[in-house]
Ligand binder design. Structure first.
Ligand SMILES: C[S@@+](CC[C@H](N)C(=O)[O-])C[C@H]1O[C@@H](n2cnc3c(N)ncnc32)[C@H](O)[C@@H]1O
Length: 248
């Protein structure tokens, strides 16, 4: 077993049926409870139900294929949470701005970054992705976002902000889980239509001025299926990847 990728303890997972209900009905005032208890969040994320650590490795593989080192390698991770993806990226030599709504999540990210000796490579930023992103134009080589798009209230606006901060030639890497669009109708700002099919999402991305360069799902799925170096994830953790490049 790899020392770099120790297998976490398996914790008792929340009942799957409750998770599914959360998606469809919502949790009202309790929507964000999990994010205020980041240790519990991490326990769940590393459990067999999610294997988010393995997911982050597979996603980072895809990012490495599309965002070369040396060319504006600073990445923006939107909805970074406790840093499961940001820290994997930082461990592979990217510099990452990790943006999240909750200080509680980012405090844990900071603590983990210190433990891993990666503090210099990850900057936690507390900000709401449904507002203007607090960055300059053209600041990043790529925007990535993992399992946070269910909280996006206006996808077109979100795409335009991502477009602005990467600028021409910059990349967007978005693993799309069909289930994450389920809460969009509930969470959208009133009157805003958001596409909830993969096709609709792709169209919105193209309309926002991106060119789709690859649906990296195949290489991700191959890595997962071959269980390469601890990348096995539950079968429902095989997203449709969108890799898109901002056009001139
Ligand atoms: C399911 S977690 C995913 C975290 C991380 N990307 C991962 O894969 O482990 C969703 C994250 O989105 C964050 N989030 C929710 N609404 C947000 C908003 N409006 N702006 C920024 N982050 C938000 C939550 O705090 C949470 O950390």
């Amino acid at each position: 077993m790899s020392e770099r990728y120790p297998q976490p303890k398996v914790t008792k997972p929340k009942a799957r049926v409750a998770i599914i209900l959360d998606y469809f009905i919502g949790r009202g005032d309790h929507e964000f409870d999990t994010y205020h208890d980041p240790e519990l969040y991490d326990k769940g994320a590393h459990s067999r139900l999610y294997r988010r650590d393995n997911l982050a490795r597979g996603v980072t593989d895809v990012i490495e294929q599309h965002v070369p080192y040396g060319h504006k390698t600073k990445l923006l991770d939107v909805g970074a949470g406790t840093g499961i993806l940001s820290l994997e990226l930082a461990g592979r030599n990217y510099t990452v701005s990790a943006m999240d709504l909750f200080a509680s999540q980012l405090d844990r990210l900071k603590q983990k970054a210190e433990e891993l000796g990666l503090s210099e490579k990850v900057s936690p930023i507390e900000a709401d992705m449904n507002n203007e992103f607090p960055f300059e134009d053209d600041e990043f080589g790529a925007v990535v976002s993992l399992r946070a798009n269910r909280y996006v209230k206006d996808f077109d606006r979100w795409l335009s902000e991502a477009h602005r901060v990467v600028g021409s030639g910059g990349m967007l890497v978005l693993p799309v889980f069909a289930v994450d669009t389920v809460p969009w109708k509930r969470n959208s700002d009133k009157g805003i239509h958001q596409p909830t099919t993969h096709k609709g999402i792709m169209r919105a991305i193209m309309n926002a001025g991106y060119k789709i360069v690859d649906q990296a799902s195949v290489s991700y799925t191959q890595a997962v299926d071959q269980n390469l170096d601890f990348r096995d994830v539950p079968f429902y953790y095989k997203p449709n990847f969108v890799v898109a490049e901002v056009q001139q």
